[in-house]
Ligand binder design. Structure first.
Ligand SMILES: NC(=O)c1ccc[n+]([C@@H]2O[C@H](COP(=O)([O-])OP(=O)(O)OC[C@H]3O[C@@H](n4cnc5c(N)ncnc54)[C@H](O)[C@@H]3O)[C@@H](O)[C@H]2O)c1
Length: 331
């Protein structure tokens, strides 16, 4: 079983150098004494300019085939389009790659192709990086003695990427509650995704239950109440307490609502669990990636495992009409 990675002069295969790949590259080059083999059939020069200051610490390849020996690498990061994740994972598996693997969420659009792959336990982590938001970890701690009391509400109005949101939230909810028995109740998520793209406020879907737990009262449903003046994206309700999150432009805001504060200005009631020691910028994506790498380079303890990632993607796909699976865009 792979243990901690020796991070001095770590060698990394970065498979996919698009919007998210460049963010991985920047964090890895900045944070570690790393050497990167960047693999992408369609490299954009603009993106290379963003890492020009690290010249000499990376090399570009158009395919994994062009790399002499993948076994020289300690870590593979899969950041290509979701549709190709399985190809890359299958190639790494057939080459008997033994390093660690960080695969972008939501793992795969074709989980069936992956179910027979075997990687060592603790070798693969799915980059559900929102788990690394400090407040989500605090809320897990907060509810640790009563995870069954949580009721969760997901809504998607006011932000792009419906599937991205749902997949992250399914991960967060199962991470926080430890509940992997969630199953889809609503069988046309695609419709909600279309509504989201059209800018719908989801009023017609208010109360629609999307997912439900088999072992508790936990339900994930569309909520359109906007009485706090912000679109609440995720709401945890444990006992009488309701804690709301709103993620706008990558920033997470965390509110507590109780009977006595319903009509008061929000800013006065930022939940204490939101407070971090540093600046609010700490919770932007690069910070989350840094945290994910810290976890992965050690023996990861918070990260999403292969099994959890497969469960999550299967839950999502079950909620889509069959014919939609093949062209599903899991952003
Ligand atoms: N964790 C997060 O919060 C988060 C956020 C955004 C995107 N993502 C995930 O990141 C992944 C990439 O998203 P993106 O927005 O960067 O996409 P993108 O389209 O900007 O980039 C994908 C890149 O992969 C390359 N590519 C395609 N096939 C390849 C292959 N076989 N080998 C190597 N490279 C290949 C493409 O040429 C392209 O440059 C997706 O799975 C997405 O779900 C995760």
């Amino acid at each position: 079983m792979p243990g901690n990675i020796q991070t001095s002069q770590i060698k990394i295969l970065l498979l996919g150098f698009g919007g998210i790949g460049i963010r991985h590259a920047t964090v890895l080059l900045k944070k570690y004494e790393s050497f990167l083999a960047i693999v992408d059939p369609c490299i954009q020069e603009e993106r290379l300019k963003q890492i020009a200051e690290y010249k000499g610490r990376y090399e570009i390849f158009s395919s994994m085939e062009k790399i002499n020996d993948v076994h020289e690498y300690d870590l593979a990061v899969i950041a290509c389009n979701t549709h190709y994740h399985h190809d890359v994972l299958i190639e790494l598996s057939s080459k008997k790659f033994t390093g660690k693997i960080l695969v972008e969420k939501p793992l795969s659009a074709y989980p069936d192709k992956l179910k027979d792959l075997s990687f060592g336990s603790n070798q693969v982590m799915i980059n559900y990086c929102r788990r690394y938001h400090v407040p989500y970890q605090r809320i897990k701690e907060h509810y640790k003695d009563s995870p069954d009391s949580i009721k969760s509400i997901v809504i998607a109005c006011g932000c792009g990427g419906f599937f991205m949101l749902v997949s992250h939230y399914l991960d967060l909810i199962s991470y926080i509650t430890g509940d992997f028995s969630i199953y889809p109740v609503y069988s046309n998520l695609k419709q909600l995704a279309y509504e989201n793209v059209r800018g719908s406020d989801f009023k017609d879907f208010a109360g629609t239950v999307l997912f439900q737990s088999q072992k508790s009262d936990l339900r994930i449903f569309v909520d359109c109440s906007n009485d706090l003046g912000i679109p609440p994206h995720l709401r945890f309700q444990g006992g009488k307490e309701v804690i709301e999150f709103s993620e706008v432009d990558g920033l997470l805001t965390f509110y507590k609502r109780g009977d006595n504060v319903m009509n008061e200005p929000l800013s006065r009631y930022i939940h204490p669990l939101l407070k971090t020691d540093g600046d609010i910028d700490e919770i932007k994506l690069p910070f989350l990636l840094e945290k994910a790498y810290e976890d992965l380079m050690g023996s990861f303890s918070i990260g999403c495992t292969w099994e959890q990632g497969l469960t999550n993607v299967n839950i999502m796909l079950q909620a889509l009409p069959l014919q939609e699976h093949k062209d599903l865009i899991l952003a």
